[in-house]
Ligand binder design. Structure first.
Ligand code: HEM
Length: 199
């Protein structure tokens, strides 16, 4: 850990915002795909999110549920790969010193929250990956087969429930994290938020 640096490095900042974007997309996609019919029609074309903006074409006919599930898994695996790099950078570079105006308990609490966020950010995709592995379908990464499905309904159900519950805990932790960042900017008017901005 280095106490001397004032800001996170460019790579740490870019990976922070990239993971934030992917995690939000994964929540949206997860809720969207869960509502799609299990035995929906298959087609070789699909209007992306029914927005009338972009129509995807496929070689083989697939259902929209299959398409969005595969997209969710592919983005989730990508997130895991990015998190490996992010954790490595965090361990190598540490984090910038907190402003002197922050009290000891505030610093301890935010350090604890950051650790919890890392644990949850890794746990949720791992539980999702376990759900997929114990389903019939396994995991493909943008079409590339990674793991075959083991088709164990009992274990799949356990991991599916855990993926959902720990996902909600992650969402609450993210909401607290965002609220804390806004409080630093608006109420405390200190430089905590600026340390994570590219400028
Ligand atoms: C931070 C990363 C992730 C987030 C935030 C996330 C979020 C979600 C959400 C919100 C749902 C819908 C739950 C529901 O209400 O039914 C879901 C379902 C699912 N996720 Fe993820 N997910 C993540 C990563 C992954 C990964 C890496 C995989 C697999 C490689 C995965 C596989 C699945 C599967 C298979 C389901 C559907 C379970 C079912 O209904 O059978 N997820 N996810």
């Amino acid at each position: 850990m280095s106490e001397a640096i004032q800001k996170y490095s460019k790579s740490a900042i870019i990976l922070h915002w990239l993971t934030a974007l992917i995690i939000l997309a994964l929540f949206g996609l997860g809720w969207y795909m869960a509502e799609l019919p299990q035995k929906g029609p298959k087609s070789t074309s699909l209007d992306l999110f029914d927005l009338g903006i972009y129509t995807m074409q496929f070689v083989e006919a697939i259902s929209s549920r299959t398409f969005y599930f595969n997209l969710h898994k592919s983005l989730g695996v990508t997130l895991l790969l990015i998190l490996v790099v992010r954790v490595y950078i965090r361990i190598r570079q540490g984090y910038p010193a907190f402003p002197a105006s922050m009290r000891d308990w505030e610093i301890k609490f935010s350090e604890l929250m950051h650790k919890l966020l890392y644990v949850l950010m890794v746990a949720v995709p791992l539980l999702g990956a376990a759900t997929a592995v114990y389903s019939k379908y396994g995991i493909k990464w943008f079409g590339l087969p990674l793991v075959a499905g083991l088709d164990d309904a009992g274990l799949r159900e356990i991991f599916k429930e855990s993926h959902e519950i720990v996902g909600w805990i992650l969402l609450v932790a993210i909401a607290l994290h965002v609220a804390a960042a806004i409080k630093h900017k608006v109420v405390d008017k200190d430089e905590v938020m600026d340390r994570m901005l590219l400028k």
